[in-house]
Write a protein that binds this ligand. Structure first.
Ligand SMILES: *[C@@H]1O[C@H](CO)[C@@H](O)[C@H](O)[C@H]1NC(C)=O
Ligand SMILES: *[C@@H]1O[C@H](CO)[C@@H](O)[C@H](O)[C@H]1NC(C)=O
Ligand SMILES: *[C@@H]1O[C@H](CO)[C@@H](O)[C@H](O)[C@H]1NC(C)=O
Ligand SMILES: *[C@@H]1O[C@H](CO)[C@@H](O)[C@H](O)[C@H]1NC(C)=O
Ligand SMILES: *[C@@H]1O[C@H](CO)[C@@H](O)[C@H](O)[C@H]1NC(C)=O
Ligand SMILES: *[C@@H]1O[C@H](CO)[C@@H](O)[C@H](O)[C@H]1NC(C)=O
Ligand SMILES: *[C@@H]1O[C@H](CO)[C@@H](O)[C@H](O)[C@H]1NC(C)=O
Ligand SMILES: CC(=O)N[C@H]1CO[C@H](CO)[C@@H](O)[C@@H]1O
Length: 401
C-alpha cells in the first residue's frame, strides 16, 4: 500500500469487514495508508491557447496514473472560482490496494456516515458497501447487506408515508443492485442502523431488468426515477439482457411503473435540476468494458413535464475525457459529473466551467456541507472549503443553508 518512502507520512487504520446473512462476521484488520496531498490554488485554463494546442492540457497538469497523488482545480471559466470557493483546498484521504470507492456516496444522518459502493471484482468477492464514518476522522469499514448482491448507485429513500420535504432525515438508503446470475437486478431499501433490508422493485411487470445503475427520488412526488444499463453483462456477472437500456419512473405507493426515456447506449447516472424542471441522464456508451471512443460520452437533458414525463431531449454536454458517470447538481443549478480525469462542472447553460482534476477516472463523488468527496476507485479524495451546496445536502444533513 503506501509507498515505503512516502515522505508525507502515513497512519494505520483498521478496516472492519462485516458480512451479513448466514455467514459469521469476520473482522479483518488491514494496514492502509492515508496520504495528505495539499493542493495548489485554482489553476486558470487559457481556452484560446487550448483551442490550437492539442497538448495544452497534457502540459498543464500531470500525475502518475498508477499511483495518483495530485489533485488540482482547473478553472475553464472565471465563475468556477466562486462556485468551488476561492480558498478551496483538496487532499487525498486514502489510497488502498482494492477499489473501495466507486459509486453511490449517500449520506445517512442516524449513522453520520457516507455509504459508497466498491468496484466489481468477482462473484467470489462481491461488491462491498464502504462505510465512511464522518464523525470519526473518515475511518472506513466494509459491509454487505441482506438482499443486496452487487450494488452500484443509490440514493436516500423516504418510503411512502414519510414527508420528504419537512426536514426529517431519511432513515433508509436505496441501493441499485445490479444482480448476478441468480439474483434479480433490483432496488433494495436498507436501514443502515439496524442492517435490515426490503426489496422495493425487482421486475418490470414480469420482465427482468439488466443492471439497474442509479436512482433518484423526486422530492415532491416521492417517485423513484432510475436507469438500467448492461454493465453486469459486460462484466460477465449477469445473463444476456432481455430489455432495452431505459429510464424508468416507479411510484412506490401504488406500484405503477413506466418507461420515461429510451434510445441510450448505456443509460447511467441521472439527476434533477434544483427546480425539478430538468432531468439530466448520462450515457456511458463509450465504455462497454472495452472502450470505444465513437460511442456516447454524453449528458442529455430533458424537460420534466407534470412531474411525470420527459420531453425535449437535448445534448447538454459531451466530455473530453472518458465518460460522464455519476451526476449531481448544486443549488445554483450547476451540473457536476464524475468523468475520465476527475469531476467536471458545467453551468446550467451547458458551459464547462471547471474540473476537480485527478488525472484518473472518477465514477462518482458526494457533496457534504462545505466539502466534496471524490471517488476514484482505490483512492478517496476530499475538497474542503467548497462554496457550492449539493441539491440534497441541506435536507440530508439537516443543516440550514
Ligand atoms: C479566502 O482567504 C483570504 C485570505 O485568507 C480571505 O481574505 C478571504 O476572505 C477568504 N475567502 C473566503 C470566501 O473564505
Ligand atoms: C471488500 O473489502 C475488503 C476489505 O475490507 C477487501 O479485502 C475486498 O477485496 C473488498 N472487495 C471488493 C469487491 O471491493
Ligand atoms: C485524524 O487523522 C489525522 C491523520 O492521521 C490525525 O493527525 C488526527 O489526529 C486524527 N484525528 C482524530 C480525532 O483521530
Ligand atoms: C415530518 O414528517 C414525519 C412523517 O410525516 C413526521 O413524523 C415528523 O414529525 C415531521 N417532522 C417535522 C419536523 O415536522
Ligand atoms: C429473471 O431473473 C431471475 C432471477 O435471476 C431468473 O430466475 C429468471 O430466469 C429470469 N427470467 C428471464 C426471462 O430471464
Ligand atoms: C450494522 O452493521 C454495522 C457495520 O456496518 C455495525 O457496526 C452495527 O453494529 C450493525 N448494527 C446492528 C444493529 O447490527
Ligand atoms: C465502435 O462503435 C461503433 C458504434 O457502435 C461501431 O460502429 C464500431 O464498429 C465500434 N468500433 C470497434 C473497434 O469496436
Ligand atoms: C444477496 C443475495 O440476495 N444473494 C442471493 C443470491 O442468490 C443466491 C441463490 O439463490 C442466494 O443464496 C443468495 O442469498
Amino acid at each position: 500500500m503506501g509507498a515505503p518512502d512516502d515522505p508525507l507520512g502515513s497512519v494505520h487504520a483498521g478496516i472492519h469487514v462485516a458480512y451479513k446473512g448466514q455467514e459469521p462476521l469476520p473482522t479483518v484488520w488491514k494496514v492502509i495508508s492515508i496520504t495528505f496531498v495539499t493542493m495548489s490554488s485554482i489553476i486558470p485554463v487559457n481556452l484560446l491557447n487550448a483551442a490550437t494546442d492539442p497538448s495544452y492540457f497534457t502540459n498543464l497538469v500531470e500525475t502518475d496514473a498508477s499511483n495518483p497523488t495530485v489533485i488540482s482545480l482547473l478553472a475553464f471559466d472565471q465563475s468556477f472560482n466562486s462556485v468551488i470557493g476561492d480558498n478551496a483546498t483538496a487532499r487525498q484521504l486514502y489510497s488502498l490496494d482494492y477499489e473501495a470507492f466507486h459509486e453511490m456516496g449517500t449520506y445517512n444522518k442516524p449513522t453520520n456516515s457516507l455509504y459508497v459502493t466498491s468496484n466489481y471484482d468477482s462473484l467470489d468477492n462481491p461488491i462491498n458497501i464502504t462505510v465512511i464514518d464522518l464523525k470519526n476522522n473518515y475511518s472506513i469499514s466494509s459491509t454487505h447487506y441482506p438482499d443486496v448482491a452487487e450494488a452500484n448507485g443509490g440514493t436516500n429513500w423516504y418510503p411512502p408515508g414519510f414527508d420528504i420535504s419537512n426536514g426529517t432525515y431519511p432513515p433508509r438508503l436505496l441501493f441499485c443492485d445490479e444482480g448476478d446470475f441468480h439474483n434479480y437486478s433490483k432496488l433494495v431499501s436498507v436501514d443502515p442502523f439496524t442492517n435490515t433490508s426490503e426489496v422495493v422493485l425487482n421486475t418490470y411487470l414480469g420482465r427482468n431488468f439488466s443492471s439497474i445503475n442509479d436512482a433518484r427520488q423526486h422530492p415532491e412526488t416521492g417517485d423513484l426515477w432510475f436507469t438500467d444499463a448492461r454493465y453486469g453483462y459486460w462484466q460477465n456477472f449477469r445473463p444476456k439482457p432481455t430489455i432495452p437500456n431505459q429510464v424508468y419512473r416507479f411510484t412506490p405507493s401504488t406500484g405503477e411503473i413506466a418507461v420515461v426515456a429510451d434510445g441510450f447506449d448505456e443509460s447511467n447516472g441521472l439527476e434533477f435540476s434544483p427546480d425539478l424542471k430538468t432531468l439530466y441522464v448520462t450515457d456511458t456508451g463509450a465504455q462497454h468494458f472495452s472502450p470505444n471512443l465513437t460511442r456516447p460520452a454524453t449528458i442529455y437533458a430533458f424537460d420534466v413535464v407534470d412531474q411525470r414525463f420527459l420531453t425535449n431531449r437535448r445534448t447538454f454536454a459531451f466530455v473530453d475525457k472518458g465518460f460522464p458517470d455519476g451526476i449531481h447538481t448544486d443549488t445554483d443549478g450547476n451540473v457536476w459529473a464524475g468523468c475520465g480525469d476527475g469531476v467536471h462542472v458545467w453551468n446550467p447553460q451547458g458551459s464547462l466551467i471547471g474540473k476537480i482534476w485527478i488525472g484518473v477516472v472518477s465514477n462518482n463523488f458526494a457533496f457534504l456541507p462545505g466539502a466534496i468527496m471524490v471517488f476514484s476507485n482505490a483512492q478517496l479524495w476530499i475538497v474542503e472549503g467548497v462554496e457550492a451546496i449539493g441539491r440534497e445536502v441541506c435536507r440530508d444533513f439537516g443543516v440550514h443553508c
